[in-house]
Design a binder for this molecule. Structure first.
Ligand SMILES: *Cc1c(COP(=O)(O)O)cnc(C)c1O
Length: 385
C-alpha cells in the first residue's frame, strides 16, 4: 500500500500504550475509574431527544440538508448569542452549522493554512489543531500556556517574522486541558495582535458555558468582530457529544470565503433532525440544563481537588471546564506518573505530554464521570492504593 506522503507527518496515537494497559487491567478484573476522557456521563435532556424523534419522522428531513445549515438552527444559535453574550449575529451569513466543532476546526484549518503559512497554536492544546495544520502542509508556531501566565499565551513572545507569515491563531477558553480561563480584556489584546498582522482569530469555545464560582466565560466576539470566528459546540453544555452538532459564528468573510468553500466541497451538512434537536437545546431553558451540569461538575471538582491536594499533589481549582490540570510529583514524567497512578489506584488519567511538549509535568483529570466514581477515586487517593 502506498499511503499519501502527508500521512508520515501524522503523530502516532499517544494513547495507544495507555489503552493496552487499560485492556490488560480490565482483563484481570481491575475496576478502573476512567478519568481520561472528556465526554459527559450525564444523558442528553429528554426534551432534546423527543424533538429528534419527532423531526426524524418528517419525510422532508430525509433529504439533503442545506449545506450551510438550517435557518432554524442558525437562528437559534444567533438568538442564544444575543441573549448570552449580547453579540448580534446574522444567521444567514454569520452562522454556519458544523458536524461537531472538531469537523469545523479541521476544515477551517484547511481553508486557512498551507505551504509556507503559519498557524499560531497554544501548547498544551486539543491535538486536532496541530495534526490538521500538519496534514494541510502548514507550519506551526506554538504559544506556551504556562501556570505562571495563568495559562494564557504571551503575545509579545511571538516573533514578528512568524506573525507576518501566520494566517490564523487558535485560542480555547475555558481551556482544555489546563482549565485556564480568559477575560474579555485578554481577547481584546489577542484580537488587536491578530488585526495588526492580518491574522484570523479562531476561538474554540467548547467550554464557554462551563464556568464556576461566579465566573461567566466571555465570547471572543464580544472583544472584536474583525476577522474573528468562534466555534460553539452543543457537545459539552448539553451532554450531546454523540450528536455531532455545533456552529461556527462570526466573520461572514471567514465563513463564506474560507471554511464554507471547503465544507461545501467536502460534506453535505448535518441531518436536519439533529439540527432541530439543537434548536430545542438552545431554545428550551438552556440555562437550566447548563446550571444543573455546572453544579455537578463543581461538586466533583471540589471533591477531587481536595483529594488530590491531600495526596500531596499540586492542582489549581479551575474556574471553567471539567478538567483538573495536576502537577506530577518531583522525579516523575507525565507518562510515568499516569502509569504509576493506574497501577496503584486503577485511576486512569491522561498524560499532559499528549497535549504538547508544554503539557509535560502534568496529568489531566476529567470530571465527566459519575459523582460516585469521583468519590471512589477520591477514596483510593486517600488510601494510596
Ligand atoms: C470536546 C472538544 C471539542 C470537540 O467538540 P465537538 O463539537 O464534539 O467536536 C473541541 N475543542 C475542544 C477543546 C474540546 O475539548
Amino acid at each position: 500500500m502506498k499511503l499519501a506522503k502527508r500521512m508520515g507527518n501524522v503523530a502516532p496515537y499517544l494513547f495507544a500504550s495507555m489503552n493496552a494497559m487499560k485492556a490488560r487491567l480490565r482483563e484481570q478484573g481491575v475496576d478502573i475509574v476512567d478519568m481520561s476522557i472528556g465526554d459527559p456521563d450525564i444523558p442528553t435532556p429528554r426534551h432534546i431527544i423527543d424533538r429528534l424523534c419527532q423531526a426524524a419522522r418528517h419525510p422532508e428531513n430525509h433529504r439533503y440538508p442545506p449545506y450551510e445549515g438550517t435557518m432554524g438552527f442558525k437562528s437559534a444559535v444567533a438568538a442564544y448569542y444575543g441573549r448570552r453574550f449580547d453579540v448580534d449575529l446574522d444567521p444567514k451569513t454569520e452562522v454556519m452549522t458544523l458536524i461537531g466543532s472538531k469537523e469545523g476546526l479541521s476544515h477551517l484549518i484547511w481553508a486557512m493554512v498551507g505551504e509556507g503559512q503559519y498557524a499560531l497554536l497554544p501548547d498544551p492544546a486539543y491535538p486536532v489543531y496541530d495534526t490538521q495544520v500538519g496534514l494541510a502542509g502548514g507550519s506551526v508556531h506554538k504559544m506556551p500556556l504556562l501556570e505562571k501566565n495563568d495559562y494564557l499565551p504571551v503575545l509579545d513572545d511571538i516573533p514578528s517574522d512568524i506573525a507576518r507569515k501566520a494566517s490564523v491563531m487558535f485560542l480555547n477558553y475555558p481551556n482544555n486541558p489546563t482549565g485556564g480561563v480568559a477575560t474579555l480584556d485578554f481577547f481584546k489584546k489577542a484580537a488587536d495582535f491578530c488585526m495588526q498582522y492580518d491574522i484570523v482569530l479562531c476561538h474554540d469555545a467548547a467550554y464557554v458555558d462551563i464556568g464556576f464560582d461566579g465566573f461567566v466565560p466571555p465570547s471572543a466576539l464580544q472583544a472584536s468582530r474583525h476577522q474573528v470566528v468562534e466555534t460553539y459546540s452543543l457537545s459539552k453544555p448539553f451532554n450531546m457529544t454523540g450528536w455531532r452538532i455545533a456552529a461556527i459564528v462570526g466573520s461572514a468573510e471567514v465563513i463564506g470565503k474560507g471554511i464554507g468553500i471547503i465544507k461545501t466541497n467536502t460534506d453535505s451538512g448535518q441531518f436536519n433532525a439533529v439540527q432541530e434537536a439543537g434548536e430545542a437545546a438552545l431554545g428550551t431553558e438552556p440555562e437550566k440544563v447548563i446550571a444543573a451540569n455546572v453544579a455537578a461538575y463543581r461538586e466533583r471538582r471540589d471533591l477531587m481537588v481536595e483529594a488530590l491536594r491531600k495526596a500531596g499533589l499540586g492542582v489549581r481549582s479551575p474556574k471553567g471546564t471539567f478538567y483538573l490540570w495536576v502537577r506530577v510529583p518531583e522525579g516523575e514524567t507525565s507518562a510515568s506518573y499516569s502509569a504509576k497512578l493506574l497501577e496503584k489506584t486503577a485511576i486512569l488519567v491522561t498524560p499532559g505530554s499528549a497535549y504538547g511538549k508544554y503539557g509535560e509535568g502534568h496529568v489531566r483529570v476529567s470530571l465527566s464521570v459519575p459523582t460516585d466514581r469521583v468519590m471512589e477515586a477520591a477514596s483510593r487517593l486517600a488510601a494510596g492504593t
